[in-house]
Every structure is written in structure tokens, then in C-alpha cells.
Design a protein around this ligand. Sequence first.
Ligand SMILES: Nc1nc2c(ncn2[C@@H]2O[C@H](COP(=O)(O)O[C@H]3[C@@H](O)[C@H](n4cnc5c(=O)[nH]c(N)nc54)O[C@@H]3COP(=O)(O)O)[C@@H](O)[C@H]2O)c(=O)[nH]1
Length: 953
Amino acid sequence: MYKAIKRIGASISVSLTLIIGFGVTALLFLATCKLEDDAFNLDFERRALVRVTTLQRGLEEAVQVLTVINRLFATVDNPTREQFHTFTAPLVEKYPHVQAFSFQRFITRGERAGFESAMQARYPGFGINAMVEGKTVPSPIRERYLVVDYLEPLQGNRPALGLDMSANATVMQALELAIDSGKPVSTGAFRLAQASTNERGLLVLMPVYRAGMPLDTLAQRRAAVIGDTTAVFHARVLLQRIFNAAGPLRREDVDISVFIGEHADPVDLVYRSESSASKSLLPSWLGYRKPVRIRRTFNIAGQPWHLEARSAPISLTSNHSNSLLILGAGTLLTLLAAAYLYTLSMRSRRIQRTVDERTAELRLTNVLLKEDIHARQQAEQALQLRQRAIEASANAIIIMQATAPDYPIEYVNPAFERITGYSAGEVIGHSIRMLESDSGADAHAHGFEEIWSAMREQREGNVVLRNHNKSGAEVWNDLYIAPVKSEQGTVTHFVAALYDITSMKRYEAELEFQANRDVLTGLVNRNMLRKVLEEAMAYAERYQRSLWVVFVDLDRFKFVNDTLGHKAGDLLLKTIAGRLRAAVRDTDTIARLGSDEFVIVMSEYTGIGLDTRHLHRIQEAVAAPMTIEGHTFFPTCSIGVAAYPDDGRDAEVLVKHADIAMYRAKQSGRDNYQFYTPAMNAQALERLRIEGDLRIALERNEFLLHYQPKINLRSGRIVGMEALIRWNHPELGMVSPARFISLAEETGLILPIGSWVIRTACEQVRAWQEAGLGNMRVSVNLSVRQFVQKDLVSSIAKVLQETGLDADFLELELTESLVMTDVEHAIGILRELKDLGVHLSIDDFGTGYSSLSYLKKFPIDVLKIDKSFVRDITLDADDAAITVSIISLAHSLKLHVIAEGVETEEQLSYLRQHGCDEMQGYLFSPPVPPERFVELLQEKNDTQVTTLEFSAR
Ligand SMILES: Nc1nc2c(ncn2[C@@H]2O[C@H](COP(=O)(O)O[C@H]3[C@@H](O)[C@H](n4cnc5c(=O)[nH]c(N)nc54)O[C@@H]3COP(=O)(O)O)[C@@H](O)[C@H]2O)c(=O)[nH]1
């Protein structure tokens, strides 16, 4: 853009220079031209006027001469031809511009012949002639002739001699004027007889009157006229001679046209002088200036003359030397200036171009330089970025020289120190060998061998290393090594990337742990147990050894869990896990299957046989008292054992059989161990069958209720009864609730079954009331599932309403563990039930860990002492003490207290002695069918019931 502007500027300056230069030059030229033209015009005008004056003077002079000649005739009467010759001869000589002097005489028709013959004597062949179409021919007969009589000089004018001029109107017209005026009169132009060409001439006439004749009037003059003296002028010659005679007027730069007439009528043109310049073949407009014209009209002898002087078409150079000089000089200067400027401009342009080229080159160089710098910067930035990236890398980067055998370290990044604990200063220059921890026994340590061999073979290598950092902590590293080659392809270095995969390994271990371990206790889980067991079986098979699968289940764990919560339960489980670990051999595997179920895999090894002492050790370990959240427990466990290969060759089968055996141990009163027998398997199968039958028992109406009386210990009367379900199985006979209630709980069948129980009990009691058997209260056991069902209260209200039993005669028995599982929730439900009007009783009281503070909040009516305390009440001081405490506690809380499982008089006596309110047990009656219960009512309540009577029954 800048260049273009400069170029335009240069062009403009040159153009301006040219314009101004030419403008000034033109102005100067024009001004000078004007001056020169003015001067020329003046000069020309002056010279033209000189010509006009010369012409005028010449003509006047001729007229003067004519006047002189005419005086000859006025002075001398009828002068002779010789006289005429003598008189005119000097005049002819003096005035060469006069073609001839003549005397023209009027001759009448009659005089013609005489005249002609007289003349013929002197001039043979003479005749009066006339001019016809330029030729002289004998004049026709006329009345009067005006004949050229005297003619001087004759030479050159002979054709005119004898010429009759009377036929020439021009001549005659002028003659008349001359006759009338008595003055010389010039004719117009006409063709002269003596002229060889078509050139014309003129005559100046002056009348010749007869001597002595009066001439005062016109008529006198016309009458007196005899002829005229004539000066004959050959117009061109006349004018030529006049002008020639003028000397200085002979310049050829003036074109002169002379017309005998008032205007420049071409017909009247008698003379034209052409300058040599006007004869140029060049057109006038081409380099010639416009001619200057001077016109003058003057009168000579009554004849108007018109003269036009025209400057010859001269070139601009003539008379314009100065202006042309100026023009030339100006043009030259302008051109020089323009050329100079142009040269300057061109030079400037050349310089500019050179500068531009240099600039472009420089720019290109600059661009290339910039690109180079940019590329370098980028390369540098890339290097820096890589350097920073390496520096910032979370992984250790190590660069080693490819110099065997040590391959010294040349560079380590900050992550290296973070991972290994070694600073750059500590390792640079040293072999990577220093990183190898002394862990020869570690299989992963062999990874370093792979690194060394990779470096020796100059190839890539990758190993996972379990190593130790500087402080000795275990670290897992994933180490990649790769050779770094020079441009020539020589391996100069090795670069190693050391990834700290310790966390990943830990996480893997964690995952593995979670996949195979029980999170709570850290023991092997069910999944891992199978693997361990399969390995152990394979080992046992290979070495023909025995193998035990020991199923350990804590007794009453559910109680702890339900009463103290999961946290306490977890603590208990962890404690038990630790105890089991301590109780078994290192080679034994302990697994936790869930809840309080543990499985121990015991293998027989050489010198380490399997016997029941191992089981005892487990029992003893578990049974050690433990205190959790201030509560002391004496946990026990039930153990089932299945032996490989006798009890199964499959891991699952073995565990299942051990479970069955454990179940049997539970049934056998807990805190014992049982070895699996095929019979147990049959029982387990039966359990499954019961479960199936249980689902249809309600529909088949196979359930019935037995009622166990509750006896007031003061009155000895039946004051109520507990409704206990019975299942009259079509094949198994009467099935105890102990065999199916827990199963019904597990399957959820307890809800419809429990609902049936409540309704049936209410109907029965209401029926008895209506039958007049008294207003006794019936208690019904409520399972956990029933207690937590949402419509419990409403469904009970509905049953009461539908059966018509007053709520006061219904008592709901809830186990201690049930209400202590979620105390706040339990309190809410209990209050609702209480609001309904039913009685509430805590069953199995004393077996759990009821908080007294909570107990106070429960809106309960009765505490039922568990039969396990009653059983040994007379044998075990603790049980006796607990029983007494419960009675005392109940009373202090203004609750009734009832003891169950009373079988002996001693028990009864003890309870009565310590203020127990009621009792229930075989001592009085087992649970009995309704009909029997009616009989009992009738039997017992109608008589005074005493202790003795109980014994007697
Ligand atoms: N949720 C429900 N549970 C019920 C229902 N019916 C019974 N049960 C529970 O089943 C368990 C076993 O009951 P059962 O075999 O009927 O045993 C009861 C009595 O027969 C027995 N008992 C009564 N007196 C004595 C005695 O002197 N000695 C002795 N060894 N046993 C005796 O005690 C059982 C009653 O116990 P409890 O309920 O704690 O009062 C049992 O847990 C029942 O609760 C039911 O309909 N729903």
C-alpha cells in the first residue's frame, strides 16, 4: 500500500511538474506569442498600409500623368500622333507601371472607312476591331465608335490599336462619368486586348473636349467631347510594378489581393501576390499561425479599389522565435524537470523497489527468523513442557546411561524421591541396583533380573516389583524400561518409568479381601471357604488324610444382637472370631458365613491328627465371659461337624452336613457339638418337608389351639390361659410349635398363622365367657414379624370387635428381645395396643438384657419369668436370685409377675414364697385342648385349689 502511494506520489509529482512546467511554458509562450503577434500584426499592418499607400500613390500618379497627357490635347488642338509619341515617351519610361497611354477618338460610322484607310497607310491591315470572347475581330458597324487612335508605346499594345471601345460597357460607363465630370475616371477591370492571357486591366479615362468648346454644363461637355485620353493599366503588371518599385515592399511574407471594386469580389480580383510560404504543401493548421488580414478600400479616379493584405501563412517559428524559444526552453526545462523528477522518481522507485525487495527479503528473513524462533520457542516450550510434565509426573522417571555394567543414573524427577525416598543427589551417578531392596526371598524381587537383562539386550522391559523405599516401607512398583537411541541409532540411555502401584495393589488386595474375606472379622468368607475347602479336600485326597468341616453357631446371638444392637453384636462377633483364631491351628481356616455362623476347616497333617479336643478348645474359647457395653455375657456355641470324605466329597455338601449337625446340637440344648450322621440329614429333609406342608396347613385347617391355664398363686384359681398352637399334621401327627414356629417366622407364614391364633383364641374365650365359664384372660404369643406388621393394632381391634371379646381379656405376650430390638418403635406400638385396652406381657423375661430405664417406659402389665430360671430355681442360686429379682422388679414397677415352666412343688413354693403372682406349668397342667381346659376349669375353679392339690393331680 505504502509503495503504491509512493508510486502514485511520484507519478503525480512528475505529472504536476509537467503540467506546471508546460502550463507556465504555455503561458509564457502564449504571452510571448501574443506580444510577437501584436508586434507582427503591427508590423504587418504597417507594411500593408505602406502597400496600400504605394498602390494608391502609384495609381494617383498614373492619373496625374494621364491628366498631363490630357492637357496635351487641351493645349494643342488635335495633336499629332508624333506629338503624342513624343509627349508620352518619357512618361512611359518613367512610369513603367502604365501599360500604355492612348487617345481614343470618337469616330462616326461615316468616318470609319476613311479613318481605317488612313490608318492602314501607317498600320497595314489596320481596321477598327472589337473584342469578342478575347479575340479581336473587326468591329461591327456602329453609329459611333470609340477607337484607340494613338497608342504609346505601340510595342506590347498593338492588338489594342484600332480597338473600338464603344462596345465595352465598362469603358463607356466610365467615359460618360468622365465626360460629365470632366475628371479622370477609372474603369472597372476588364480583359485588355493587348493582354495575352486572361489577365485584366483597366483604363483611366479623361475626356478630351474639342478645343474652344464651352464645358460648363453637362450637355456642353457631352457635346464637346471628341474622345479621351487613356492610361491603360495592366492590372497585375501595374500593381506588380508599383509594389516592385516600392523596394521594401517586395517582401514575400504578405499576400496582397487587389480588387477593382468596393468589395473583395473574386470577379473584381485583379492582383494577387502569393508569398512563398503560402505555397507550402503543408496544411495551414499544421504548425502555421493564422494569417493576419488588413483590408483597405480607397478611391482612385472615381473607381473604388479594395486591397486585402494577408500575412503569409508563416510557421510558428517565424516571428515567434522568442515565444518558441520560451516554449522550447520551457518545454525543455519542463521536460528536464519532469525527466529529472521522473529520474528521481525512477531512481526513487528503483531504490524503493530495491528497498522493497530488501524489505521483502528482510521480511521473509524476518518471517523465517520468526518462524525459526517460533519453532525454536515451540520446541523449547515443548521441551520445557516435557520437562515440566516429567517434573510434574506422578510417576518416577529415571534416565540412565547405557553404560554397562552399572548403567549409572543420570536424571530422576521429583516423583522418584516421593516414591523411593531417595533424593536425586543420592542416586545420580549410582547404579539403579541401589534401589533393589534386600528381599531375596520375595518372588517379585526377581523382577530386577528382567530389568538387567532388558538393559543388556538393549530392549524394552516391564516388571512389577514389590520393593521397599528408603525408609523400609513396602512399595509396589510397575517399572517400564526402554532404550533411548541417538540419531545414529545407538542406544545411549535408558528411560525408566516407575509407577507407584502400591495403592492399586492395596486396593486390589482390598478387593480381593472383600471378595474373599468377611469384612467384619477378616475371616475367610463363604466364597473363599469353598476354594479353601476344595484345596483341602484335594490335599486330603492326595495324602489320604481326614478333613473336618466344623460348623460353629453362637447360642442366643440373636438375643444380643436384638437387645444391644448391631454394634454390640458386631463387637461380639469380632471377639468370637479372634477367639476362634486363637483356638485353632495356623493351618486351619476359619470362615464366617454370615450372622453368627462360623465354619472351620481342619485338615489332618502328619503328626497333627483330628480329635474332639479341637472341638473342646473351640467351645472353651467361645465360652469365656465377655463384657460388651457394660454387660457381661457367657457366650456358648453349638457345633456341628462333617468329615471328609465320609460325610461328603463336595464342599457345599460338607458345609451343609456340618450345618445339620450343628442344628442338631442346637436342638440338643445348645453348647455342645454333634457329628453329622445320615439320620440328621433325614431330619433336615423332614424340616424341608415341614416347611412345604406348613404353607398349606392353614388351608387344610390342620392347626388347633391348646390352652395352658394360668394360676393365681394366692387364690389357686385359674385366672387365665395361654393359647399355644398345635399342628395336627396328617402324617407326622401332632407337631410341636417348637418345630415349626421358627420356620414360620423365617418364611413369613407366621403372619397368617398368628392372625388365625389371635382370632381363634378370642372366639374361644368369648365363647367360654358366654358359656358362663368366667371372665378369664387369654394370652397369645406375638412373634417379631407380627409385632412389626403395620396393621397389627387395627387387625387386633378388628378381631376384638368381630369376636365381641373385651380387650381387657386379651393379653399379648412379647419376648424381651422383641421389644428391646427397637425400643422407641416398640414403645409406640405398645402404647397403641395399650390404648386398645389389651394387656401386655414380656415373655421369657430375664434371658435378655432389658434396660430398666426402658422397661419403665414400656406400658406393660406383666413380666413372665422364663422357665429356664424356674427350672433350676431350687438348684441354682443364681437362677433363684434372678427370679427373686424379677419378681421384685416387676412389683416395683407395679407389674404382675408370672412364672412359667413350673413343674415342681418346690418351684411353686419358692415362687409363692417370694411373692410371684401367678404360675403356669406342667405342675398344674400342660397346654390342653379346649374341651379339656373346660373340664379343668370346672374341676379346679369349683374347688379350693391348694398346693397339695396340685401335687395330687
Ligand atoms: N408365636 C407363637 N409362638 C407360639 C405359639 N404357640 C406356641 N408358641 C411358642 O412355641 C414354643 C413352644 O411352645 P410349646 O411347645 O407349646 O411349649 C410351651 C409349653 O408347652 C411349655 N411349657 C409350659 N409349661 C411347661 C413346663 O412346666 N415345663 C416345660 N418344659 N415346658 C412347659 O412352654 C412353652 C410356652 O412357652 P412360652 O410361650 O414362653 O410361655 C414356645 O416358645 C411358645 O411360645 C403361638 O401361637 N404363637
